[in-house]
Design a protein around this ligand. Structure first.
Ligand SMILES: CC(C)(COP(=O)(O)OP(=O)(O)OC[C@H]1O[C@@H](n2cnc3c(N)ncnc32)[C@H](O)[C@@H]1OP(=O)(O)O)[C@@H](O)C(=O)NCCC(=O)NCCS
Length: 149
């Protein structure tokens, strides 16, 4: 087993969007990922040899940055890979002079919220009815972590 981080090429988008569809009830479309890559967002992939275990997509604008999405393939969740990916994103942003990382998370996503708290994110506000659900809308919690720059 050889874990490695890499960035994404067009040829990774199929695997990324398949993983996303298996991890989220409301996944991004292939076109969303394609547009995000074309827009210059950062893709950080975690692979075991050539198998995609998880990924994060984030963007940086000067000193501010935002985590756009993060997912680990369902059969590999709960084994530390999500935290590994998130810590690598934090290290890369800190090294490129970002001052803080923001993200939005569903109120109901207790697992992700626990992950974010465990690496030092704080809940700073909420957005009412930000996400669709099967029978309505749910709020987003906005979280922030300062990166020490
Ligand atoms: C959220 C997600 C990326 C976390 O990745 P993961 O590899 O499963 O998580 P890890 O094994 O690295 O665990 C990291 C932390 O998450 C929390 N966590 C993990 N599994 C958990 C569970 N079943 N219940 C509650 N908290 C849990 C813990 O705080 C854990 O830290 P600890 O091990 O130090 O206690 C992953 O579960 C996932 O892809 N979920 C679906 C997509 C998603 O919700 N993405 C986030 C959108 S905002």
């Amino acid at each position: 087993m050889t874990l490695r981080f890499c960035s994404a090429a067009e040829t990774d988008l199929e695997a990324i969007s398949q993983l996303d569809a298996s991890a989220f009830e409301f996944p991004w479309s292939f076109a969303d990922f394609e547009g995000s890559l074309k827009a210059g967002h950062q893709f950080l992939l975690l692979k075991d040899d050539d198998r995609l275990l998880g990924f994060a997509v984030y963007m940086q604008i000067f000193e501010q940055s935002e985590l756009l999405t993060i997912a680990v393939t369902p059969s590999e969740q709960g084994m530390g890979y999500g935290k590994l990916i998130l810590n690598e994103v934090l290290a890369r942003l800190a090294a490129s002079q970002a001052e803080s990382l923001f993200l939005e998370v569903r109120v109901s996503n207790t697992r992700a919220r626990a992950l974010y708290h465990s690496v030092g994110f704080q809940e700073i506000s909420s957005r009412k009815g930000y996400y669709p659900t099967r029978d309505g809308r749910e709020d987003a919690i906005v979280m922030q972590k300062l990166l020490g720059n």
